[in-house]
Design a binder for this molecule. Sequence first.
Ligand code: URA
Length: 270
Amino acid sequence: MESALEWHTARALLEWQVEMGATEAIGDAPVDRYAMDPAPAKPKPAPAVAAATPAQAPVRSVRPAAPSIDHVALAKQMASGAQDLDGLRAALNAFEGCELKKGARNTVFADGNPAARVMIIGEAPGRDEDIEGKPFVGRAGQLLDKMCDAIGMGRAAPLSKDAVYITNVLPWRPPQNRDPKPEEVAMLLPFLTRHVELVAPDVLVLMGNHACQAVLGKRGITRLRGQWGEALGRPALPMFHPAYLLRNPAAKREAWADLLSLQAKLRELA
Ligand code: URA
């Protein structure tokens, strides 16, 4: 089976060849161009009056442009038509506007209890999530589970009051875990927006800069974290991403303060 890496590598090579001027694919069988019709005779020089027209750029063959599709509008239409989470998952699976999908093994939709009061939004699936088809199952996910557990919550909790529901800004793994591109986020935001509407949590928790940028329109997590704001019509708490906490264990102190703030907010809203 073609791997994600092979797909993206092959595409990058092809784009490079087009950039270098390649205009046609070479066939499997050799072509004897000496046996072909000679080149058409050169046209006679143009009459003197034509010399007054400006010099023409060399004519290159141009493929007719494919009709461009407005993928953001299409995403909005598909997402808004979803009446429930199964419908939204199906709409996302049917959406072909994002190249990331071609390189991904799985569409990573969500995990946890859809009746949860807390909806956690991460960035994008990594390698483990791409393989399993669930968000936050790698090392960062294990830390996220411990963080939730520390305030008596979890994705497997049967009662909505103790449960969390988890998704990401992007449902497909970016190649080599690169950052999401703004156009990818813009294209998939209608699905995330509808996802939040359908789950209707009491609060959102935004893990890291990319989640904050996508739904708050702001980044700078060191300044934003711990400060309640509003995103997609709900109270939203930016927090350090668990992957950041793995690299910077000293920041767990701030993460703990944010978890207590989340717990207090849930009590206040209950
Ligand atoms: N990081 C994220 O932001 N989301 C995941 O699902 C896994 C790691």
